[in-house]
Design a binder for this molecule. Sequence first.
Ligand code: NAD
Length: 499
Amino acid sequence: MQELTHYINGAHVKGTSGRFADVFNPATGEVQAKLPLASAAEMDIAVQAAAAAQPAWAAVNPQRRARVMMAFVGLLNKNMDKLAEALSREHGKTLPDAAGDVQRGLEVVEYCIGAPELLKGDFTDSAGPGIDMYSMKQALGVCAGITPFNFPAMIPMWMFAPAIACGNAFILKPSERDPSVPLMLAELMEEAGLPKGILQVVNGDKEAVDAIIDHDVIQSIGFVGSTPIAEYIYGRGCANGKRVQCFGGAKNHMIIMPDADLDQAADALIGAGYGAAGERCMAISVAVPVGEETANKLIEKLIPRIDALKVGPYTAGNDVDYGPVVTAAAKANILKLVQAGVDQGADLVVDGRDFSLQGYEDGFFVGPHLFDHVTTDMDIYTKEIFGPVLSVVRAKTYEDAITMAMDHEYGNGTAIYTRDGDTARDFANRINIGMVGINVPIPVPLAYHTFGGWKKSAFGDLNQHGPDAFKFYTRTKTITSRWPSGIRQGGEFNFKPMD
Ligand code: NAD
């Protein structure tokens, strides 16, 4: 059995806590590796190495730091197939989807090549007589990130690329489910020229996370994962005086207006609802057709498309639509919620509960499900399922539909399908959700914009990547400077405006 490691101060380091987690191959259900779970003492070793290395890295000029990012982009492209395969093997998603996971992270690294421009400060010449005033953006020091299983390449890169481009050292605590790609990324960053200790990977569970939250040296925490853990880390991290941004769960609605192209909407729902087995925080899990006729036609179009979905292991070729879910526990939770939907009276139009794949009976595959006549009090509507389950909630009017999406506690993403510009514009303006698609099912912003939800989907002020990341990973210092030219005068006691 392969025993994975931490990556501390430029070397693979065996775990010493004696605690391990199983890393599965979700397609076969087999345990393929053991992952060491760090103690607080192991976390401290990484923090000390980061603290020792960071000042010299912050002193490297931003253009040279950007060159490391450039070299890293080259290495990501060169190793794309290897990274995608390692990712699929532990996560279960298809190879093209895994390559997309790496690619979306790579694009954030590309954005960070602009660090010299993004880190330029402000300067006011002659703010007063002989006085100049300037602001600089300085690195925070040692930063940490805690990431979820569902994007083991992209989300770590969302965090460590801008943090490091800004001159920080970064400690990554990836998901226990799929830690191999994060370890490979740390190796590649060093191959690209990053000094030892600036990017480290410390594997672990709650114990390692708590060690991050309570460590005095760590200045900031980035978290992406489920909402209860986001709230916990945000509350305790802020109480400890750290800069914290935490991104949580989602329940993304797609509103389908009577004037929408229903074939287009149905195709979009299939990709956005079932792609990656629904294990995306931007997956559409609720379809809201407006009007009975729209709903009936939509269901009619969805059923054959769902029946045609190909579910299989990533090794079965590129025509597989989605793979297994990540663990047996995830599968059990999805099936429990499906049962709750049936018990609470929703209409299970496509039932994937008996799905089984020959040769992969022990894999964590879940067949596609479609519920109709879901109501807003049902568990399948209120809770995040994170599986291949789409719920149709019928709305009588546009106002009912938008109110429904606005009343849901999550506010990550949403979409509207319509041919009417006025409706689309009204929707985009009024909706209390962070990312909005107009005839676009998964409106994930590109690297140079920012990513972030509202309501219980995000805690903290700034979004991921784009300009916000350069704000999150730097502190502003403002200097007012005067070089005396003559005889010094006596002290100035009054707080007064500039002459
Ligand atoms: P998770 O919350 O179980 O785990 C996320 C991280 O938190 C992991 O590194 C894990 O080790 C750690 N963790 C787990 N339990 C902990 C505890 N009790 N104390 C401290 N740390 C703990 O999430 P997941 O299952 O890996 O990922 C799926 C979730 O992430 C979904 O809810 C999904 O919507 C969300 N997500 C959100 C976004 C976003 O940008 N909003 C993006 C991707 C995923």
